[in-house]
Design a protein around this ligand. Structure first.
Ligand SMILES: CC(C)(COP(=O)(O)OP(=O)(O)OC[C@H]1O[C@@H](n2cnc3c(N)ncnc32)[C@H](O)[C@@H]1OP(=O)(O)O)[C@@H](O)C(=O)NCCC(=O)NCCS
Length: 210
């Protein structure tokens, strides 16, 4: 599958929000709010425009990845890191290498821009193949001070995370207003909410804190 990966243009924001909604619909919960997260993230100082990529197949946008700034904070120090997400691929183009291509490309660019480490919340079964390891290895915890199975870390520079420890604090905090969200979501085509097996898996995975 011949893909082109390039930076997203501002006039593509709505197309990409639609794509995000299609990708996440009923995956983690009935419906989804990742498109609203993305919409708000773009107005935040934490959003990294230089790492906002789309993947095109035959001139159609089929995938997207966004990054934001975050910090690992402890009593003595604050370390800058970056986070990616959401990452989305249109359902009909999934499992064809689009997600992998977006991750690999964006990680290379992030490294060339001087970013030292990437943290994510994701499924270890998918992200370990890109070199992500459990964040516990670096003594990095959630904001509430717990280790969490889906929190994973990747050093872009050797030993960038050695000796770094603390809580991961995202640069963009998402606390959606229910009414605002409903208004926003109504701008998209109607879709049926439903229960899926992936929602149960997600519930289990996100509860694996210790
Ligand atoms: C996750 C996602 C971005 C991956 O993109 P993709 O283009 O489908 O991925 P690739 O083609 O590069 O890799 C596909 C492989 O990863 C596996 N995979 C994808 N998501 C996975 C997950 N959450 N857990 C385990 N494996 C996963 C697929 O089963 C597939 O395996 P195969 O090659 O053995 O068939 C895409 O599937 C998607 O948009 N999913 C819905 C939204 C989502 O869950 N985003 C990530 C939230 S953390």
């Amino acid at each position: 599958m011949e893909l082109k990966i390039r930076l997203e243009n501002e006039n593509e924001y709505r197309t990409v929000e639609k794509l995000t909604r299609e990708a996440f619909w009923n995956i983690h919960v009935p419906g989804c709010d990742e498109h609203f997260y993305l919409h708000n993230l773009r107005n935040s100082d934490a959003f990294i425009k230089e790492l906002d990529f789309v993947a095109l197949y035959e001139n159609k946008i089929v995938g997207h990845i966004a990054y934001s700034k975050a910090n690992i904070v402890n009593a003595d120090n604050l370390h800058n890191v970056i986070i990616f997400g959401p990452i989305s691929v249109l359902p009909e183009y999934q499992s064809k290498g689009v997600g992998s291509a977006l991750i690999k490309h964006s990680l290379e660019v992030a490294k060339s821009l001087g970013y030292k480490a990437v943290l994510i919340y994701g499924d270890p079964r998918y992200y370990s193949k890109f070199g992500f390891r459990c964040a516990e290895r670096y003594d990095i915890k959630t904001p509430d001070g717990k280790y969490c199975v889906p929190m994973m870390a990747l050093e872009l520079e050797k030993d960038a995370l050695s000796g770094v420890n603390g809580r991961l604090i995202e640069g963009f905090e998402f606390t959606p207003d229910e009414r605002e969200f409903e208004k926003f979501d109504n701008e998209f085509p109607p879709k049926e909410k439903g229960k899926t097996a992936s929602q149960e898996e997600f519930k289990i995975l996100s509860s694996l804190k210790y």
